[in-house]
Design a protein around this ligand. Structure first.
Ligand code: 5GP
Ligand code: ZN
Length: 120
């Protein structure tokens, strides 16, 4: 399997297909490098997934590309500003053992309700 910064659509990757518009999603925000859409199974009044347009499998993979990492953070900033979010939680699950189920890096951006700490 191609690893870091695979440019283009990774076959059989759900989020590559969403970015490509092959699978429908409810777009919330986009920029040149990131695409954000509503989670199908929201865990908060606002639950948006923001993904890199290029395929990285997880945050460990993305972390090998400092510029791409920064671009995803900039996307989160852009999303939060656009949606008027001042208090929000950003979650990047890495590995099936902590609940990652789609292996295309994505940040959950959650807001609109009180949130406990530590997370469950
Ligand atoms: P993970 O468990 O990998 O951190 O997060 C994957 C997220 O993707 C889950 O919260 C799940 O609800 C969401 N999800 C899975 N399939 C789809 C889909 O087809 N469309 C949308 N919008 N969200 C999805
Ligand atoms: Zn992908």
């Amino acid at each position: 399997m191609p690893g870091r910064g695979y440019l283009g659509v990774m076959p059989d990757c759900l989020f590559c297909k969403i970015v490509a518009g092959e699978i429908p999603s409810t777009k919330v925000y986009e920029d040149e490098h990131s695409y954000a859409f509503r989670d199908l199974n929201p865990q908060a009044p606002t639950h948006v997934l923001i993904v890199t347009r290029d395929h990285f499998s997880d945050v460990a993979d993305l972390g090998g590309d400092a510029a791409a990492s920064a671009r995803l953070l900039a996307g989160i900033r852009g999303l939060a500003r656009q949606e008027g979010l001042t208090d929000f939680r950003t979650v990047l699950n890495t590995g099936a053992g902590v609940g990652q189920s789609v292996f295309h890096v994505h940040a959950h951006v959650l807001a609109g309700r009180p949130m406990g700490w530590p997370p469950g």
